[in-house]
Write a protein that binds this ligand. Structure first.
Ligand code: UD1
Length: 368
């Protein structure tokens, strides 16, 4: 008999790809999603007829009880996801992400499942791992408030810029935003409570997922979707800081694959894993590659020279643990993935709300 998997937030970007991957592997799939307007607009997403969809909020105990009936495993994706927005919509972020996870576990105590996999985030690391000029590894780099003309990179005691190196799971968390804090709580709730009730908890710390299906009109979404929406509307991408900040952009199909491994692999129980592509890039480079792929190579990005409060400078992924223990192999080439994203965007309608969203941050002094 095939297992039934509940995917909370399964109507979202990652959820859509994950549920398709689960169906392909023969699982029965149920989705609990509240279809928030910031992500889904006012339209209703079209689900594969094989997916059982329950519209409901993850904080609603009755909806959870219904959603958990007959379920063998849960992937918990339902969350608010914007770092910048989390710094002012504090109550909403804490409520959806943390009270939501608490409500899910309240339900799971009554109806335990085999395994619960939660989507955590690289944001929990704060600044990634760095190397100082003398070769020592720095775990606790922090960004100072920057004065004009000072470097954007974190520096050592002597004022030398630190160099980012891949961040492994053992790096201690530094919670630099409300979003990061809520993700860490989600992760800890899962890993603390699951074994107490005979369940296996797994947390995946995702880097920057991208690909077709990103919420283009949501100005609080990931940078690639925001840039794509800007370029699609003939506007230059708007780059915070100087554009040299580095991330690991991982294709959503590779992320879906990581979730399948986290659900199935016996070694995953009780563990946390980084999920990235294993390659890092600067935000400026990403803006250029995307503009080229979208046929607008001349569209030069605007460089704000200001940072969003709560943003980290660099964090790049060490994916050795998930490779070794679960056999994860990210397959998607970045240039091909961006070309695919560009082709998808060309057929979409994307409302550019970025200026409005930046205004929200600026009005609160959260861009400086
Ligand atoms: C993102 C996700 C977060 C996820 C994390 C995992 C969003 C909103 N955030 O956080 O949910 O857990 O990855 O890695 O999807 N930037 C610009 N211009 C813009 C927007 C962003 O220059 O218009 C810059 C930011 O300042 C930052 C970088 O791009 O330096 C990445 O930003 P963003 O896509 O928001 O991602 P993270 O903060 O890394």
């Amino acid at each position: 008999m095939s297992e039934t998997v509940l995917v909370t937030g399964g109507a979202g970007f990652i959820g859509t790809h994950l549920t398709a991957a689960l169906l392909r592997r023969g699982y029965r799939v149920r989705v609990l999603d509240s279809l928030i307007e910031q992500v889904h607009g006012t339209g209703r997403p079209r689900f594969d007829p094989e997916i059982e969809f329950i519209e409901g909020d993850v904080r609603d105990g009755a909806a959870i009880a219904r959603a958990l009936r007959g379920v063998h495993a849960v992937v918990h994706l339902a969350a608010e996801v914007g770092v910048g927005q989390s710094m002012y919509a504090v109550e909403r972020y804490v409520s959806v992400n943390d009270c939501g996870t608490a409500a899910l576990f309240q339900g799971l105590i009554e109806r335990p499942v085999r395994r619960v996999v939660v989507a955590s985030s690289m944001s929990i690391y704060g600044e990634g791992l760095y190397r100082a000029a003398d070769g020592t590894i720095v775990q606790d780099a922090v960004r100072k408030v920057r004065r004009l003309g000072e470097p954007w990179d974190p520096v050592d005691a002597g004022g030398q810029a630190l160099v980012p190196v891949p961040t492994p799971e053992w790096k201690a968390p530094t919670l630099a935003s409300v979003y990061a804090l809520t993700k860490y709580v989600q992760e800890r709730l899962t890993l603390t409570l699951s074994p107490v009730y005979g369940m296996e908890g797994v947390a995946l710390r995702l880097w920057n997922a991208y690909g077709p299906g990103q919420a283009l009109s949501n100005p609080y979404t990931g940078v690639l979707a925001i840039f794509a929406s800007r370029i699609h509307n003939g506007q230059p991408p708007m780059i915070f800081e100087d554009g040299e900040q580095r991330r690991d952009f991982v294709h959503v199909e590779d992320v879906a694959e990581a979730f399948v491994l986290a659900l199935e692999h016996p070694a995953a129980a009780g563990n946390v894993y980084n999920v990235g592509s294993g390659q890092d890039r600067s935000v400026r480079e990403v803006a250029q590659i995307l503009a080229r792929a979208m046929g607008r190579p001349g569209l030069e990005p605007e460089v704000a020279g200001k940072a969003r409060t709560g943003d980290i400078r660099h964090c790049i992924a060490d994916i050795d643990k998930i490779r070794r223990e679960l056999g994860y192999r990210p397959r998607r080439d970045f240039a091909e993935g961006v070309a695919e994203l560009a082709a998808w965007v060309a057929d979409q309608e994307a409302v550019d709300r970025v200026t409005e969203a930046c205004g929200e941050l600026e009005a609160r002094g959260l861009v400086a």
